[in-house]
Structures are given as structure tokens and as C-alpha cells.
Write a protein that binds this ligand. Structure first.
Ligand SMILES: Nc1nc2c(ncn2[C@@H]2O[C@H](COP(=O)(O)OP(=O)(O)OP(=O)(O)O)[C@@H](O)[C@H]2O)c(=O)[nH]1
Ligand SMILES: C[C@H](OP(=O)(O)O)C(=O)O
Length: 238
């Protein structure tokens, strides 16, 4: 495991008072279902855990001033989170992602935080500048969304934490924007190159291998064979 020095490369904007970063994480065994058939069970599990650990290490390294909360049904995940000094919340997972986030948001409110940043644990490349851009955008808004490549929500910054109702699922960026409008809140939707790429489908894994060959070397073979298949398909239909 890589250990990082606790020196912030970028400071959180001064007006971010009490912000909690919330990372939801399924049990690794239940994770990355859309990659069944593309990766073995062991590779899917290790991919989801590696992405999760990268996320914890990223916030510890670049934003050590921010508190982190991990919500999960997996004791393995919660124990890994504690090793990165994150707060942990056990949720049985029965109410899915939105239920887990409602529970986490409750904890965040009760703990006295003014705002909350939800980041899923499967972003291929986290960029400190993009996180700072989100935190700057909340200065004159109550809701900031980093839109995913498929119209999903890849980061959601809300001030106060429960400013809107969570509606993760199909086209959730539009749903979250509509919820903000219903509550008469100012909402900014941002399209940020790295934050747009969460690893859901085999195509996303291929892009991640191209962008970060070193980080994703364990899954490079899968990525390369996917690339070859894509090239053959493209030639066939040319
Ligand atoms: N605590 C918790 N986290 C969840 C739950 N469902 C999804 N997540 C997390 O929310 C983020 C986005 O989830 P998904 O893309 O739906 O799940 P995934 O495991 O990455 O991929 P798929 O299984 O293919 O949907 C990931 O960090 C997941 O681990 C849940 O029921 N409970
Ligand atoms: C976090 C993201 O949310 P959704 O696309 O379901 O809104 C995802 O599931 O990849």
C-alpha cells in the first residue's frame, strides 16, 4: 500500500467551513456487476477495492483538512476506511445507494457539518483541481453537480447537506437539478473531464487503462483485449 505525506497540494477554499466528504461503498462482492462477463469475480472485487482505496488515499493526501465518512455494509470496507482515518457508518444496504446516502446525510447533519460532498468510490482518476472547482462553485450556489458521462451524478456538493432529495439512478444529474429547482435553490452542473469518468462499463475500463496505464496495469490485459476487439469491430464496419 502506498503511503502519502500529509501535505495538502491544494487548499480547500476559505469559505468551505465544515464540509464532510461522503464515500458510499458497496460490499466488494456485490460491486461492479456491470463488469460481470468482462472480469473474473476476483478481478472485479480487486478493482472495486483498489478504486475505493485510491479514493481514500486521494482525500487524505490532497485534502487532509476535510473529514471523510464512509458508509457501507461491508466490515472489510469500514475497517479499510478507518485505516485512512475516515469516520465510518454501517448501513445494511437494503435500501440501496439512496437509502445509504439518506442515512449518511443524517449523520452528517447531526454531526454539525454545513455542507456535504458525495463522491462515489469508482472514479478512475481524481484530480485535486476538479474538486477545488466544485468547492469554489458552491460559493454562490447550494447544489453543485459533477455530471457523469452517462448523465449520472459523479459528485454532489450540497449546502446544507440535506438541500435536496437524493435520486441516484438513471439520468440522476437531471433529477438532482430538478430537485434543486423545486426547492428554489441555485444549482450548478459542471462537466469535468476526470470526474465524468466512473468505471461502470467495459468501455470505461478501457478508457481508464489508456489514461492511467500504470494505475490500472492489473486490468491492462482486459483493457487491451477490449481495445483489440473494438478495433476489429471498427474495421469490420468501415
Ligand atoms: N453503501 C452503499 N454504497 C452503494 C450502494 N450501491 C452503490 N453504492 C456505491 O455507490 C457508488 C456508485 O455505485 P454503482 O455504480 O451503482 O455500483 P458499482 O458497484 O460501482 O457498479 P454496478 O454494480 O455495476 O452498478 C459506488 O461507490 C458503490 O460502491 C449501496 O447499496 N450501499
Ligand atoms: C454514482 C453514479 O450514480 P448514478 O449514475 O446511478 O446516478 C453511478 O451509479 O455510477
Amino acid at each position: 500500500m502506498t503511503s502519502f505525506l500529509k501535505t495538502p497540494s491544494l487548499m480547500a477554499p476559505f469559505f468551505i467551513d465544515k464540509l464532510c466528504v461522503v464515500i458510499p461503498m458497496k460490499s466488494p462482492k456485490r460491486s461492479k456487476q456491470r463488469l460481470v462477463g468482462c472480469l473474473s469475480d476476483a478481478a472485479r472485487e480487486s478493482l472495486s477495492l483498489t478504486l475505493f482505496e485510491n479514493t481514500l488515499a486521494f482525500f487524505q493526501r490532497h485534502f487532509p483538512m476535510l473529514d471523510v465518512l464512509v458508509v457501507s455494509e461491508s466490515l472489510e470496507v469500514l475497517s479499510l476506511a478507518q485505516s485512512y482515518e475516515a469516520n465510518t457508518l454501517f448501513d445494511d444496504g437494503e435500501k440501496g445507494l439512496n437509502g445509504a446516502l439518506d442515512f449518511a446525510c443524517d449523520w452528517v447533519k447531526k454531526s454539525g457539518y454545513d455542507s456535504q460532498l458525495i463522491v462515489p468510490s469508482d472514479i478512475a482518476v481524481l484530480d485535486p483541481k476538479e474538486i477545488t472547482t466544485l468547492m469554489t462553485a458552491i460559493h454562490d450556489a447550494q447544489v453543485v453537480i459533477a455530471v457523469a458521462k452517462d448523465g449520472g451524478t459523479n459528485a454532489l456538493l450540497t449546502s446544507p447537506p440535506d438541500a435536496i432529495h437524493f435520486e441516484y439512478g438513471c439520468d440522476s444529474a437531471s433529477a438532482h437539478k430538478a430537485n434543486a429547482a423545486n426547492n428554489r435553490l441555485v444549482c450548478r452542473s459542471l462537466h469535468l473531464a476526470n470526474l465524468a469518468l466512473d468505471i461502470d462499463q467495459r468501455e470505461d475500463l478501457k478508457v481508464a487503462v489508456i489514461r492511467q496505464p500504470e494505475r490500472f496495469k492489473a486490468w491492462r490485459d482486459t483493457g487491451q483485449s477490449l481495445m483489440k476487439k473494438t478495433l476489429i469491430k471498427e474495421r469490420h464496419y468501415a
